[in-house]
Design a protein around this ligand. Structure first.
Ligand code: NAI
Ligand code: HPV
Length: 390
């Protein structure tokens, strides 16, 4: 069986090299998989052939998850693949902002000439900075990125307070127990010298850091947004910078109102742009594409329940369907009508969507086609697929 993969954005060669010979890259308009980074697919039409979208990276707000689910497309990301890259950039910017590096560099570029050393010694007090050690950092969102930022800040001698009402049990195990927990954002930011936000973009996190939260922040504190455009209210952040409430606002997501503003530092969405992160993400994504298409396993899926079932029988049916009563009953009735014996079966649900994996020992060409067609015709089924064991 040959599978077709279509790539968007710059996907690291090491990831493309990970695919086995059953996978062909960018050779057709009928791909089985999209391998993407930040391309905006929110209004995209998906070809009928498309079975999975894998995002090399963390954020999946560029993918219409609900529409993909209804089209029977499994969506994945590569959790943690670029978290260290973001951590290092945020820590470097915390230091750079505290030491006024950007203004100091601009000064040096504008003051060259014969009397430079004399003027430098006179002027350098303008760029006096502060140290991170002993200061307080609030981390909003303690997932892959936030937990690493918190850990690095502790190592630099900072006090760290975290806020994350949805922290998974797995993630909680990874968080240093010296991180104080806060039950509200305002409580978290109240006495913090630095506030950094690391949450996914969704309806709830849009303007999570709004005017009220910024008002609750400490005078002369520094705010970082390395999550997404819109999670910090840029207008409110700019006003706070102009009012000297915030010393700096530092973000990876520019827009016209914050361009060229003193004490607003904007980088061009480079949080995950390191050789290492791009390679990790692409490799993890390639493995995810292969695993899903060749086995139907859904570990780390964004829209389907996580299922990993040993593939021991010669054939496997996978069915993505609505999470409503009697789906398994309807599917197994069709198998029974076509005289197909089930070797093993698993089913799980994630919110409104469920996934069923059925392994069978015997199948012939006619009943396999008829089976898929009949299962696909169940109104609540989004997609049925037959996978032959390699
Ligand atoms: N600037 C860049 O290039 C990059 C940006 N990102 C952005 O950072 C985000 C976080 O990345 P990861 O840490 O890898 O994701 P993650 O999924 O591991 O962690 C996100 C955390 O946010 C928490 N959370 C969700 N809603 C929240 C809320 N309302 N309040 C507080 N916490 C909340 C979750 O419980 C989770 O622990 C991504 O979704 C992406 O948008 C990630 C990587 C690179
Ligand atoms: O992983 C993420 O969420 C990022 O924002 C990184 O995006 P990129 O892959 O660099 O376009």
């Amino acid at each position: 069986m040959t599978y077709q993969v279509k790539t968007f954005n710059a996907i690291a060669q090491s990831g493309l090299d990970t695919f086995n010979d059953n996978f062909k890259i960018n050779q057709t308009d009928d791909p089985d998989a999209y391998l993407i980074r930040s391309v905006n697919l929110r209004d995209a039409e998906f070809p009928q052939s498309l079975k999975t979208i894998v995002r090399a990276g963390a954020g999946t707000n560029n993918v219409p998850i609900h529409r993909a689910t209804e089209a029977g497309i499994a969506v994945f990301n590569t959790p943690g693949s670029n978290a260290n890259a973001v951590k290092e950039l945020v820590i470097s910017l915390m230091i750079s902002a505290s030491r006024n590096i950007f203004a100091a560099n601009a000064y040096s570029n504008n003051h060259v000439g014969a009397d430079v050393s004399k003027r430098t010694e006179a002027d350098k007090t303008k760029f006096n900075g502060t140290e991170l050690m002993g200061k307080k950092l609030a981390v909003i969102g303690l997932g892959h990125v936030g937990s690493l930022v918190a850990e690095a800040a502790l190592e630099l001698g900072m006090n760290v307070i975290g806020y994350d009402p949805y922290l998974s049990t797995d993630a909680a195990w990874n968080i240093n127990n010296h991180v104080d927990r806060s039950n509200t954002i305002k409580q978290a930011v109240k006495n913090a010298d630095y506030v950094t936000v690391h949450v996914p973009k969704n309806d709830e996190t849009y303007k999570l850091i709004d005017r009220n939260v910024i008002e609750a922040m400490k005078q002369n504190s520094i705010l970082f947004n390395y999550s997404r455009l819109g999670i910090v209210d840029n207008e409110a952040a700019l006003e706070a910078v102009l009012d000297k409430k915030l010393k700096y606002y530092v973000t990876d997501f520019g827009e016209p109102i914050i361009a060229d503003q003193e004490n607003v530092i904007v980088t061009p969405h480079i949080g995950g742009s390191t050789l290492e992160a791009e390679s990790n993400g692409a490799t993890q994504a390639a493995n995810t594409v292969m695993r899903y298409l060749e086995t139907g396993d859904t570990v780390q899926s964004v829209n389907l329940p996580a299922m990993k079932v040993p593939f021991e029988a010669p054939y496997r049916f996978t069915v993505i369907h609505k999470n409503v009563p009697n789906m398994v009953g309807q599917i197994t009735t069709i198998l029974a009508q076509l005289n197909v014996n089930i070797a093993s079966m698993s089913n799980a649900a994630k919110k409104d969507t469920a996934y069923t994996i059925i392994d069978v020992d015997d199948l012939n060409a006619e009943n396999s086609i008829e089976l898929i067609q009949k299962i696909d015709q169940i109104p609540e089924v989004y997609r049925a697929r037959l996978i032959k064991h390699k």
